[in-house]
Design a protein around this ligand. Structure first.
Ligand code: 13P
Length: 301
């Protein structure tokens, strides 16, 4: 079986991406995997620390156990998404313990998010995690720049954010960061934002984000490793499809499938109906929205 690192590199070379689906509720794991298999695609199932703290994924161990029940190794891998060094509520996180535990559980790739630190501190934290991950034989994703949206409280209007380029990943810093950390994949900020996770905003439709494709192209030339697009829900579709031709090898999708699950559960109080809604939304995302149905062979060869 090809490694996850190999698969993401294949994606980037072929100008397509591997979707990574966030699972804030354990019953979402089965329908996501079923959809990926039925679309003959390849994807990651991922969970972030905030999904077991703010939603009902429970723990990295609980997600791993659920994943193991439904795993289709030809179609999916398990990824640990955002383990922040400083979290969205400005609390310090014992990120080394969280990531060490996930590696022991058999997570097949991990992410450390030092984006709330200054460059030097982010490099130090990321380097520590890269060492741990590589020792376990798995790739490490890191983040540079600010992909907004997870923070509670008011944010800058999106258009202002995009026009000002505030928080965008700096090209020179990205080059230094990748050289000095040895990270395998880099999450970048180029106009993408995360769906909100706090208060009433978490139920709202996300603003349609755009991507600065020229900036993305400069980043890919500077770093030479696969780039990751966070905030994959609700991005302008032309920008999304183009991003895969400009270095994006992995795209994280959370809000769209979370809201499909929550809405169906609220309407029916039936977990099976909510799982069906996730299945249908995931099929639509893979096939109709991202044009990635039938890419398994290409990605895993
Ligand atoms: P969305 O919830 O906006 O799709 O973003 C998901 C994500 O980037 C998780 O890391």
């Amino acid at each position: 079986m090809p490694t996850t690192a190999h698969i993401i590199t294949n994606a980037r070379r072929a100008g397509v991406a591997v979707l990574a689906f966030n699972v804030p509720y354990l019953p979402m794991v089965a329908p996501v995997i079923r959809a990926v298999r039925e679309q003959d695609a390849f994807a990651l199932v991922e969970t972030a620390r905030l999904e077991w703290i703010k939603f009902a994924a429970h723990s990295a161990a609980a997600v791993q156990a659920e994943f193991a029940k439904w795993n289709q190794p030809d179609h999916v891998r398990l990824h640990l998404d955002h383990v922040p060094v400083i979290d969205e509520d400005h609390l310090e996180v014992d990120y080394i313990s969280v990531i060490t535990q996930a590696l022991e559980l058999g997570y097949q790739s991990v992410m450390v998010d030092g984006s709330r630190l200054n460059l030097e501190e982010n490099i130090d934290a990321t380097r520590r995690v890269v060492t741990l991950a590589h020792r376990a034989g798995v790739p490490c994703e890191a983040e540079l720049g600010m992909v907004m949206g997870h923070e509670a409280g008011p944010t800058l209007p999106y258009d202002e954010l995009f026009e000002s380029g505030r928080g965008f990943t700096d090209v020179q810093e990205a080059q230094t960061f990748v050289q000095q950390t040895g990270c395998d994949w880099l999450s970048v900020a180029v106009g993408n934002i995360h769906g909100a996770v706090s208060g009433a905003m978490k139920d709202e439709k996300k603003v349609e984000a755009r991507l600065d494709l020229a900036h993305l192209e400069r980043l890919q030339r500077a770093v030479g490793i696969p780039l990751v697009l966070h905030g994959g829900s609700g991005i302008n579709r032309e920008c999304l499809l183009a991003s895969m031709k400009h270095g994006i090898g992995k795209i994280n999708v959370g809000t769209e499938i979370r809201q499909a699950y929550e809405r169906a559960l609220k309407a029916s109080s039936d977990v099976t109906a909510a799982q069906e809604a996730v299945y249908e939304k995931t099929c639509w995302l893979i096939g109709d929205h991202f044009n990635l149905a039938g890419t398994r062979q290409l990605l895993t060869s």
